[in-house]
Design a binder for this molecule. Structure first.
Ligand SMILES: *Cc1c(COP(=O)(O)O)cnc(C)c1O
Length: 433
């Protein structure tokens, strides 16, 4: 068989990725790119990964993502495609849909959204027309860009009313959704849809309260469970499906699947949701990602995943407690999820400075502008972090005090921490073997 080198240096013989083989082959043909990919794999395995929306997806998911399904055009839905040759990808999509509906108890699932943002766009497009009023968590209090930012389709095409979180007597007592304010705003604005779910809300959301308020004013309820869907799958967070008209989510955060989105809804809205995804807002689905979602959903249905989801929360609680013990103020005084939002101003740094100091130590987390923040949003007073990645790596409550200690020492501008961070992290390889 002719090798790529023998025929032409520019023609790469396609090979299936099997373990690291794909990367090794890439190194022979494109060392410049291979170095970047291998360097990133090394960075992920040697730094402390605390970005709240990230995770380490499984080898099965990576294999599906690197499979020849990436080559296939499949505009439409299983059985009704605009292209020939879709028999096998149809099976993959049906599998993903069946697994999603079974896992979350939904009548219908659409697994085609390219991302969480595309899932929200589809939900808005299915239920609303431009000019309709939407009541969503305000961006300054932790709402997502797609819920109503002026720089996004949502804020451009819809009238947005924003609800917030409580101020609280103390920082730790505040930060909770103000359901009374929500009810007042719903009655005042009479929105066509109410949206809940945010980027940094660490507590369980009272979906029954949202449903009741939505019913009071005749609004649809859209739950954006982008962050928490994996915790729901593992039984570590309440399931929004029985309460919401539409649930949108990502598949790559706590669910630990490929980058992508997912929409769940009742049978009544199934056709509207499907049309809002394709042809309204997307073209051909990424069938390799759809197959990878099927792989992730199968993994998320296993008993090990329930243990994982509960461990994620136990780790976050322990980490929040350990940070609080060292003077970091934790929003809402703790967490019910993977997510911690914290005020670092007592340590004399802004969120932006904290992010930089941590990065220099190999600790990767985000800055966060807190509700009622007094710093400009470019700096922020807060940090936002999550335990989904470190838990996938196998860290337990036992390791969390050390993680907190490393973060606080980095914030106190102690230098030379990277070695200590790498030593901890490298004991928990994300892809052992
Ligand atoms: C992450 C997130 C999204 C967007 O997901 P992308 O895949 O980045 O487009 C939407 N909503 C919320 C609440 C999120 O946290």
């Amino acid at each position: 068989m002719p090798t790529a080198e023998a025929s032409s240096p520019h023609i790469v013989t396609p090979t299936l990725p099997a373990g690291g083989r794909g990367l090794d082959e890439l190194r022979a043909h494109d060392p410049e790119l291979a170095d970047i990919l291998l360097g990133e794999a090394q960075r992920q395995a040697s730094c402390l990964q605390l970005i709240a929306g990230e995770n380490f997806t499984s080898p099965a998911v990576l294999t599906a993502l690197g499979s020849p399904l990436a080559n296939k055009y499949a505009e439409g839905y299983p059985g009704h495609r605009h292209h020939a040759g879709c028999e096998l990808v149809d099976l993959a999509e049906r599998l993903a849909v069946e697994r999603a509906t079974r896992l979350f108890g939904a009548a219908h699932a659409n697994v085609q959204p390219y991302s969480g943002s595309s899932a929200v766009l589809a939900a808005y497009a299915a239920l609303l027309v431009p000019g309709d009023t939407v009541l969503a968590m305000s961006l300054a209090h932790g709402g997502h860009l797609t819920h109503g930012s002026e720089s996004n389709f949502s804020g451009r095409w819809f009238r947005i009313a924003g609800y917030g979180v409580t101020r609280g007597e103390t920082f730790e007592e505040g930060g909770l959704i103000d359901y009374e304010q929500l009810r007042d705003l719903a009655h005042r604005h009479r929105p066509k849809a109410i949206v809940c779910g945010g980027i940094a809300y660490p507590r369980h959301i009272d979906y029954a309260a949202f449903r009741e308020i939505a019913d009071d004013v005749g609004a649809y309820l859209i739950v954006d469970a982008a962050h928490t869907l994996g915790l729901v799958a593992g039984g570590a967070a309440p399931n929004p499906v029985p309460y919401a008209d539409v649930v949108c989510a990502t598949t790559h955060k706590t669910l630990r699947g490929p980058r992508g989105g997912l929409v769940l809804c009742g049978a009544d809205l199934a056709q509207r949701i499907d049309r809002a995804v394709f042809p309204f807002s997307q073209g051909g689905p990424h069938m390799h990602a759809v197959a990878a979602k099927a792989a992730a959903l199968a993994e998320a249905a296993r008993p090990e995943f329930a243990l994982y989801a509960h461990q994620v929360v136990a780790n976050a609680r322990t980490l929040a407690g350990a940070l609080a013990a060292q003077g970091v103020r934790i929003a809402t005084g703790g967490t019910d999820t993977h997510l911690i939002a914290a005020d670092v101003s007592a340590l004399g740094v802004t969120g932006m400075r904290a992010r930089g100091l941590c990065a220099a130590a190999g600790i990767v987390l985000d800055k966060y502008t807190l509700p009622y923040d007094t710093e400009p949003c470019t700096a922020g007073s807060g940090i936002r972090l999550g335990t989904a990645s470190v838990t996938t790596q196998g860290m337990r409550e036992e390791q969390m005090p050390q993680v907190a200690d490393l973060i606080v020492r980095a914030l106190r501008e102690e230098r030379g921490l990277a070695g200590e961070v790498a030593e901890l992290v490298e004991a928990f390889p994300p892809y052992p073997g």
